[in-house]
Design a protein around this ligand. Structure first.
Ligand code: PMV
Length: 326
């Protein structure tokens, strides 16, 4: 009989973005970020220890992972082993329901789930703060997917930089997710962040502006003012993309159809709806709105970009871990 540990985690979408590191190795952010964990696109990861294996093994959606992905996961598992003072290799099976590497936060859900399952498998009893710090080392944005609903990931040193969960009270928020292209991006967020920091003259202005945006976002969040949150979120996303456009060579994740959706969102606002767009490291657009307006917004956007697949997500749960026997 073998004990397995399974964790389920969901992606999160940043409304104040993380774009730039103060430490590449420790994955410390250069500015704080703020996000909503989704109730869509779960990743389920099962881990079991294998004391006889010479290497970790990784399967993604039932297929053996490539060398690059395996190396990244093994390096992360080394951190868990080091912390637990253990040496066993690990069999990891992960199932992802979100398109991978398309700016839809697949790595956030993936590393939050792996942090949950692997830490349990090695007998580490981590609280959410410690789990967030660990998940951060896999992918920065994963630090936020540990929490349900809204989370704030602060800057700091290795011990001080983790995401904390925020109480959303009766805030009514949903994200209409417009998937324009689910292909993996050509430039990873890791590489693009570094290039922006090293070559864009707008990078320092981005960091300053994003810190200010966060203050306004938190004030709007405290007031449960979704319009205020949306205004800051849309501006913050465009500022992040502006910083990348200034890189040498320029980094451009948004396509013509992303701007078509941005225009349509502005038109919906002119009609009196609460709808604000945000975009990550890919062309896809997520629209922040009240849950009650989501179907009307999704229908209007489907008319504008008929080839897109559109889903609506609400606030989702944090990482959950289960053990079982096989
Ligand atoms: O954690 P990473 O390396 O996948 O970077 C995430 C970057 C953005 O999605 C663009 C912004 C964010 O805060 O999630």
């Amino acid at each position: 009989m073998t004990t397995t540990f399974t964790a389920v985690a969901h992606p999160n979408i940043a409304l104040i973005k993380y774009w730039g590191k103060s430490d590449e190795e420790l994955i410390l952010p250069a500015s704080p970020s703020f996000s909503m964990t989704l109730d869509a696109y779960p990743t389920t990861t099962t881990v079991r220890l294998d004391a006889t294996a010479a290497e970790d093994s990784l399967s993604l959606d039932g297929r053996a992972a490539g060398a690059g992905q395996r190396a990244r996961v093994s390096a992360f598992l080394d951190l868990v082993r080091q912390r637990a003072g253990r040496r066993e290799r690990v069999v990891v099976e992960s199932r992802n329901t979100v398109p991978t590497g398309a700016g839809l936060a697949s790595s956030a859900a993936g590393f939050a789930a792996l942090a949950g399952a692997a830490s349990a498998a090695f007998g580490l009893d981590l609280d959410l703060e410690e789990l967030s710090r660990l998940a951060r080392r896999g992918s920065g944005s994963a630090s936020r997917s540990v929490h349900p609903g809204f989370a704030l990931w602060r800057t700091g040193d290795d011990a001080g930089s983790y995401a904390e969960g925020l109480d959303a009270g009766d805030l009514d928020a949903a994200l209409v997710i417009v998937v324009l292209n689910d292909a993996a991006k050509a430039v990873s967020s890791r590489v693009a962040m570094r290039a922006t920091a090293e070559t864009s003259p707008f990078y320092s202005a981005w960091l300053q502006a994003s810190n200010d945006d966060l203050d306004q976002m938190l004030a709007a969040f405290e007031a449960r003012d979704l319009d205020g949150m949306g205004q800051v979120a849309e501006r913050n996303a465009l500022r992040m993309h502006a910083s990348m456009l200034g890189a040498v060579p320029p980094i451009r994740y948004l396509g013509a159809d992303s701007f078509t959706v941005l225009d349509a969102v502005a038109a919906l606002r002119a009609e009196g709806l609460t709808a604000y767009a945000t975009m990550d490291a890919g062309p896809n657009v997520k629209v922040l709105c009240p849950a009650g307006q989501a179907s009307r917004i999704a229908e209007a956007l489907a008319r504008v970009v008929p080839a897109a697949s559109i889903i609506t997500a609400g606030m989702g749960p944090g990482v959950r871990v289960y053990s079982g026997e096989t």
